[in-house]
Design a protein around this ligand. Sequence first.
Ligand SMILES: Nc1ncnc2c1ncn2[C@@H]1O[C@H](COP(=O)(O)OP(=O)(O)OP(=O)(O)O)[C@@H](O)[C@H]1O
Length: 306
Amino acid sequence: MPSTHPLVTGTVGPGCAKVDPIVVADGVSRTFGGLTAVDVAHLEIPRGKITALIGPNGAGKTTMFNLLTGFDKPNTGTWNFNGRSLAGVPAFKVARAGMVRTFQLTKSLGRLTVLQNMLLGATKQPGENIFTALVRPLWKSREAEITIKADELLARFKLDAKREDYAASLSGGQRKLLEMARALMSDPELIMLDEPMAGVNPALTQSLLGHIKNLKSDGTSVLFVEHDMHMVTHISDWVIVMAEGKVVAEGPPETVMKDPAVIDAYLGAHHDTDLGDLTGGPNLVEDARAAAEEVHEHKHHKEDKS
Ligand SMILES: Nc1ncnc2c1ncn2[C@@H]1O[C@H](COP(=O)(O)OP(=O)(O)OP(=O)(O)O)[C@@H](O)[C@H]1O
C-alpha cells in the first residue's frame, strides 16, 4: 500500500518529491565506456535531515557524490542546490555555494600539519581576492580569523592537541575527524560524507556518530554513504537505496530495510547468500550489514592485490 511521510509530498517511493529539498536532481547519468555507473531519473535530498545513501558495491553512490559536487562530469542531467543550478560548476565553486564533501579514502595531506589542513578548508583564502591580497593588514586579519575558526573546530573534534602534528601521524579515525572538521571550515549547508565509518576503530565510532548528529542540530543537512547498517538505522532520518546506478527504494530507515527492492539490491551483489537468511527474517539489518561488509572486504582484498 502506498505510504506517506512528513518529509515527502505525495507518496513515498524512489525519486519522491520532498517538502523542503536542498538538492533536486533530474536525469543524471554517467557512463564509463560501456558501463552505466549512474542513471538517476529524479532525486531529492531533504533539508536539515540526515540522509543515508546505501547500496551494494558498484551501485554508483560515489559516482553520484562526485557528480553532484563537481568532481566529475555527467553525460546527461541537471541538478540544483538551494534552487541554484550547479550542473557543470567546478568543485571549488560548489563548495563555495555551500555543498561540501569528504572522501572515502581521506584526502588529508600527510605532509601538512593538522592546522594547515584545516586552513586549506576555508573557501576564501587570504589572497584570493586581489584587493585583499594587496592590502597586507586585510590579508593578516583574514588569516587570523580563519585560524581562530580552525582552532575552534579542532577543539570540538578533540584534535587540538594534534594541531602541529603532521596529518600523516594521525590514526585512520582521526583523519576522518580531520576531514569532517576541514569540511566545516567553509560553513556548508550540506555536508556529504563518503563512508565516514570505514576504517574507524570502535573507540572513535561513538564520537563520529555524535558529531554527525550535532551537525544536524546545528541546522546542517547531511548526506552520507555507508555500508554499516547499524549506523544507517541509528542516525538517519531518511534512507535512499541505489543499485546498478538507479534509485531503487527510499524511505525512513525502519521501513526501507524491509523493502523487497532493498533486499534484492543486496542479494544482487550476493548470489551465494542464503536467501532464507535474508528474506523477511528479523535479522535483516544484521544480515545486510554482514553481507555489505563481506563484499567490502572482498573488494579491499582485491585492491590490496592489485
Ligand atoms: N573512473 C572510473 N572509471 C571506470 N569505471 C568507474 C570509474 N568510477 C566508477 N566506475 C565504475 O562505476 C560503477 C559505480 O562505481 P561507484 O564507485 O560509484 O560505486 P559505489 O556504489 O560507490 O561503490 P562502493 O560502495 O564500492 O564505493 C562501478 O562499476 C565502478 O567500477
